[in-house]
Design a protein around this ligand. Structure first.
Ligand SMILES: [Zn+2]
Length: 93
């Protein structure tokens, strides 16, 4: 059976979350940010910022997970193949 994922997502997903975020008190947002900022969403350990040609990637010091900020994935997809190869090698090694 096929399900229409996109329409289900639009009615309940993103918009609902945004509304909830708007209603959330500033203090609560501050508290959550202080608690989670630069911590791995998977294991909770510290993230280390790794800078490669002005693309700053957050890497977990414990599990090695890699996290991208908004727009960074787009920046990476714009890299030319040889630079992209070097970039990936830099993070994998
Ligand atoms: Zn981790």
């Amino acid at each position: 059976m096929r399900r229409n994922i996109s329409s289900a997502g639009n009615s309940n997903g993103k918009k609902g979350l945004r509304e909830r975020h708007k209603l959330m008190a500033t203090e609560e947002k501050k508290r959550l940010k202080a608690l989670h900022h630069m911590h791995c969403p998977k294991c909770g350990m510290d993230l280390i910022e790794v800078d490669y040609h002005h693309i700053k990637i957050d890497k977990c010091s414990e599990c090695g997970g890699i996290w991208l900020d908004e727009g960074e994935l787009e920046t990476i997809t714009r890299l030319t193949k040889p630079i992209l190869g070097k970039f990936l090698k830099f993070f994998i090694d």
